[in-house]
Write a protein that binds this ligand. Structure first.
Ligand code: DX5
Ligand code: ZN
Length: 212
């Protein structure tokens, strides 16, 4: 089980310190949410911030692009220091080409789907990816409640991976805490993104351990 800390819930004026806390808490990945105000109704941060993060940490940086036509900016995010780039299937006019672009830059690749998007829409491209991100809230904001209907989608992706013998990570993002973690784990998820739960905890290490 990998815990990926979403810095959307960090104190952005103390980002460096918060990244050090996340690392000391034993989180394996840093989750970097990019929102463009078009694909999702919010704007977060982008390439210059990622460059600074890259200079200040050796943690694995997991970039979650919530932007329209991600292929436009995949090269820039790759150069800015992403280790993994996940983009939304709903946002890409050519999912295969976007995956190929991530690969050309030597990065791991994830394909994300929103809660309302059926797994059948990405079934054919799952074998191309290293990871599928099943959103467990509507993308755009931290601190929302977990959508329980997404559990069946996690199971569906897991069964496709088993059926096809894929070495696939399944990531969940949104509303993950000590109560929902066992449910997503049982359904087949192995990368848990956590924002408000982790940063809201008094003891970050115990909170991260509790997810596992
Ligand atoms: C939401 C983002 C998430 C967000 C999760 O669109 O993709 O990564 O930070 O926040 P929590 O863990 O608070 O639901
Ligand atoms: Zn995210």
């Amino acid at each position: 089980m990998i815990v990926s800390a979403s810095i959307l819930s960090a104190d952005l004026c103390r980002l460096g310190e918060d990244i050090s806390r996340v690392k000391a808490a034993g989180c394996e990945h840093l989750h970097f949410d990019v929102m463009d105000g078009v694909f999702v109704p919010n704007i977060s941060y982008g390439i210059p911030v990622l460059e600074s993060v890259r200079k200040n940490t050796d943690m694995f940086v997991d970039v979650h692009l919530m932007i329209t036509e991600p292929a436009r900016l995949i090269p820039a995010f790759a150069k800015a220091g992403a280790d993994n780039i996940t983009f939304h299937a709903e946002a890409a006019s050519d999912v295969r080409a976007a995956v190929a672009l991530v690969r050309e830059h030597g990065k791991r690749c994830g394909i994300a789907i929103k809660p309302g998007t059926p797994v059948s829409e990405i079934k054919d491209v799952i074998p191309l990816a290293d990871m599928v991100l099943v959103m467990t809230v509507e993308p755009g904001f931290g601190g929302q409640g977990f959508i329980y209907e997404t559990l069946d989608k996690i199971r569906e992706v897991r069964s496709i991976a088993e059926e096809k013998g894929l070495d696939l990570r399944i990531q969940v993002d949104g509303g993950i805490n000590a109560r929902t973690a066992p449910l997503v784990k049982e359904a087949g998820a192995d990368v848990l993104v956590t924002g408000s739960y982790l940063f809201g905890a008094e003891d970050m290490k115990s909170a991260a351990d509790a997810l596992r």
